[in-house]
Write a protein that binds this ligand. Sequence first.
Ligand code: HEC
Length: 120
Amino acid sequence: MQTSSPPSHPTTLLRAANPRTLLALSAACAYHTLPAAPPPGQLLSSQCFQCHGTNGQPVSGFEGIGGENANEMHKELLEMSLRKPEGIMDLQIRAYTPAQLRLIANYLSTLPKTGETNDD
Ligand code: HEC
C-alpha cells in the first residue's frame, strides 16, 4: 500500500502500478480494440445476399436462403455447381470449392428464416 498521497497525474499512476496490473490493463485494451473475427462462412456468403436479400431473407423475385437445413443446402449447392449450367446461379456457384460451400451452407443455416415475399 502507498503511504504518500495518491498520484494525480496518469503517468505517475502508471509508474506506481505493478507489472501485473499493467499486463491486465494492456490485455483489456487489446480485447477492446481487436475486431471480433466474423463467423466462419459469413464473408463467403455475403455475395449471395446481393441477389437473395440481406442476410438471405427473401426479396422480390428471389427465394430466401437463410435458416435452411445445412446438409440439404450443401447438397443443393454442390449439385448446382456440378450440373450443366442452366442459369446465373449455376455459373457463379462454381467459384467455390466444396469445402467453401460447406462453410456457406453452415453459416446460412444459422440465419433466421422469414416468410416469403408476397410481391413476387
Ligand atoms: C447473381 C445473382 C445470384 C447470386 C449472387 C446468388 N444467387 Fe442463388 N439464385 C439466383 C437465381 C436467379 C436463382 C434461381 C434460378 C436458378 O436456380 O438458377 C437462384 C437460386 C438459388 C437456390 C435455389 C433456391 C431454391 O430453393 O430453388 C439456392 C439454394 C441459392 N440460389 C443459393 C445461393 C447461395 C448460397 C449463393 C451465394 C454463394 C447465391 N445463391 C448467390 C441468383 C443468385
